[in-house]
Each structure stands twice: as C-alpha cells, then as structure tokens.
Design a protein around this ligand. Structure first.
Ligand code: ADP
Ligand code: MG
Length: 389
C-alpha cells in the first residue's frame, strides 16, 4: 500500500468518511550551512524522497480532529483553544498551522486530518517541518488560500510553519527546514539566503556523475541537549552585538582573525568563526556544484564538520565516528548535518562504493560499542510539498 493510500485509510477508519484529498511534504537534509539560518546566513538543503502525508477534510465548525500513524490516538480540540504552548505534544505541529495562518491574516476553519509520516522522527531530517508543511499545503487548498500555488505564497507558508513550530509547539527553529520542504525542487539543492529569504535552485543530480549521497541516521540519543540550541543562538547574538553588526552575516571572512580579536571571550570567537566560515563554505559549495567539482564539495563537507566539532561544539561521538569511518572507506567527504547532538550525518560517495561505505560505518559503530546501530540510506534531491490526491 502506498503512503497516500495509508493516509486515506487511516482517515476513513478514524473519521468514518472520505478525505477531500491527500497532501504531502518532504523532510530535508542540509548539504552544508549549519546554524547559519538564524544568523541571516546561507544554507543549502535538498528535499528528501521521504515525505509526510496528510489526508484532510475541512469542517463547517471550528473543531480540529487530528490522528497520526505515529501518534497515540485522536487529539480533538477547538481552534480557539490553540495558542502558545497549546496543545502540548505532537498535535501542536498540526494545530499550530491554522493558528499561525490566522495570525498572518489568513483565517481558516476546523478540519479533520490523518497523518502518516515517512520521514524518520527526530533524526535531524525534519519530520516536524514535513508535518507542518503537509498540513499547510492542504489548508491552502481546502480553504482556497492559493498560497501553495505561487512562489511568494510558498514563502509566506514557510513563515507560517516556522511560527507554528516556534510559538505553538514551542520548539526553536530557524527557518531552513520549512523553506526546504516548500521550495526545494527535484534534482536541485535550494540555496537559501536567510537574510531576505531569497532562493536559488542549484542543480544537484549526483546520479549523472556516478555519485550518491548516503545519509547515516546515527539514532544516537543524548540527554541534556535542550539548552544547547539556545546557548548557540545567544552566543551568536552576543558576538554580533560586540562586533556592532545586526547579524554575523555582515562579518567578512576576509581578515576574520583580526575581527574576532574584538570579541570578549575565546568561546565567542569560536562560535562566530564557525558561522562566518560556514557561510563562506556554502558559497564555495555552490560554485563547486556549478563546476561539477565534487572533490571540492567533499573537502568542504570535511571542513564544515571540523568547524562544527571544534568551534561550534555540536558534534557527538556517533557523528564523528560516522564521518571518520565513511571518509576512511572512500567517501569524497562527510559531515554531520542538522542541529547536532545526534541526528544524522551525510557522506558524498561514489555510487558503486555506497554499500562498502555503509558497511564500514556500521562496523565502526559496532566496534565502538554504540548502543544502537545506524540507519543508512541513499537519497536524491526530491520535490516540494504539494497535493498527491
Ligand atoms: P525532526 O524534525 O528532526 O524529525 P523534531 O524534534 O524537530 O525532529 O520533530 C520531531 C517531532 O515532530 C516528533 O517528536 C513529533 O512530536 C512530531 N512529529 C513529526 N512527525 C510526526 C508524525 N508523523 N506524527 C506525529 N508527530 C510527528
Ligand atoms: Mg524538526
């Protein structure tokens, strides 16, 4: 059974009628440009073939009934009871969307929705944005907002989904995930400029070069990481303040060492150095892709990983092991991707060597005695959120 059919079936079994349609939105993996989004910087995600599906039917009242194949039972509430921190739990990622739409001047009514998520949850591959964006695409259609039909409308929907996640689900997120899910195109990476939300489609078709992108979901579980994202954001903001700029985007990579001397601590120097050099690496990665220079891209992956491990300090043993073992087994480059402290790594590999790199990573995890084996899969750049049925 396809995922679309599964969502329809869950809808039917839960609500006893037919959905109006099924919409889906992809997870993403960021090729390079980590923790740059909230610094007004650049990032370069692709949409994954893995998607979250939402079968939905609009209602004539203001009730929300929400069920997920990955959730626990039906969550039922009134749209007027949705707000900051309410509801709690996973349903916030759904209920937050109509709330944020109304905040943005697009009031909608109630609906029933059945979700089936095929993006691994909590693996740093953005199942949360996939969920929000699938619901947002559905609401745009069934309430005839037309937002999903234009580029500018999709940009607006991405902002709505960020607001839903930040305010209702109360999870900090910088905006890359929602833009990738709504704007990335098949066969392309999305160069996203988080300063003005402008985008550029960069061809990304590894197949035709005999290459592949291997995702390694480390399945690592780390405690006490909740405050880490906030600490990194605060450090970046403080560094920007001390340098007298609005965001670290304004800091030039040329003469960086001298600039960083002005900062009040070594910690701030390292945090800022990651952000400024990472933004420069995104630009270099775009040039490498435009020139089909994949050795260069691999080198940039490795430099990015070192910067995240040493300067931004967001890597963990599992991620370092994935990167080191993939590279030793022949990958052109590898890096952790996403927010850090677990989640996934990516490796740029020759297609014919993907299986061998995967085995090497699995063996390294076993040798290190990590409690969970990694989940590895090859991905290509897929298309954005839209209607499936
Ligand atoms: P990531 O976005 O990297 O997967 P997050 O922690 O941001 O990790 O989001 C994961 C959370 O999103 C889950 O814990 C759950 O609350 C919610 N979620 C995502 N997809 C689904 C789904 N299909 N069904 C229910 N909840 C989901
Ligand atoms: Mg997320």
């Amino acid at each position: 059974m396809t995922a679309t059919d599964a969502a329809v079936r869950l809808f039917r079994e839960t609500f006893g009628e037919e959905p109006q349609g099924v919409w889906s939105a992809p997870g993403r993996v960021n090729l390079i440009g980590e923790h740059t989004d909230y610094n007004g910087g650049l990032c370069l995600p692709i949409a994954l073939p893995h998607r979250t599906y939402a079968a939905l039917r609009r209602r004539d009242d203001r009730r929300l009934r929400i069920v997920s194949a990955q959730g626990d039972g039906v969550v039922e509430l009134d749209l007027d009871d949705v707000g900051p921190g309410s509801p709690s739990g996973w349903a916030a990622y759904v209920a937050g969307v109509p709330w944020a739409l109304a905040q943005a001047g697009h009031p909608v009514g109630g609906f029933d929705v059945a979700v089936d998520g095929r993006v691994p949850l909590g693996a740093g591959l953005s199942s949360s944005a996939a969920l929000e964006c699938a619901v947002a695409a559905a609401l745009s259609d069934v309430f005839e907002l037309g937002l999903v039909d234009t580029h500018d409308g999709r940009v607006a929907l991405a902002a709505v989904c960020v607001e839903a996640e930040n305010t209702v689900a109360q999870a900090p997120t910088g905006g890359m995930d929602q833009s990738a899910s709504l704007l990335a195109e098949q066969g392309h990476a999305l160069l996203l400029d988080c300063r003005d939300l402008s985008t550029e489609q960069v061809p990304f078709d590894l197949d035709e070069h005999g290459l592949a992108l291997l995702v390694v979901d480390t399945r690592a579980v780390h405690e006490l990481v909740d405050g880490q994202y906030a600490e990194r954001r605060d450090s970046c903001e403080q560094a920007a303040r001390e340098l007298g700029v609005e965001t670290l985007r304004e800091v030039s990579a040329d003469g960086l060492d001298d600039t960083l001397e002005q900062l009040s601590s070594d910690l701030l120097r390292r945090r800022a150095r990651h952000v400024v050099t990472e933004i420069a690496r995104v630009e270099q990665a775009r040039e490498a892709l435009r020139a089909d220079d994949f050795d260069r891209l691999g080198t940039l992956f490795l430099a990015s990983h070192d910067s995240m491990r040493d300067d931004f300090e967001i890597s963990v043993d599992e991620l370092d092991t994935a990167v080191a073992s993939a590279t030793a087994a022949g990958a052109l480059g590898a890096r952790m991707t996403g927010g850090g402290f677990g989640g996934s790594a990516i490796a740029l590999v020759r297609a014919a060597e993907a299986a061998q790199v995967q085995s090497a990573v699995e063996k390294a995890f076993a040798d290190r005695g990590f409690s969970r084996a990694p989940e590895c899969f090859v991905v290509s750049a897929a298309g954005p959120a839209g209607r499936d049925l």
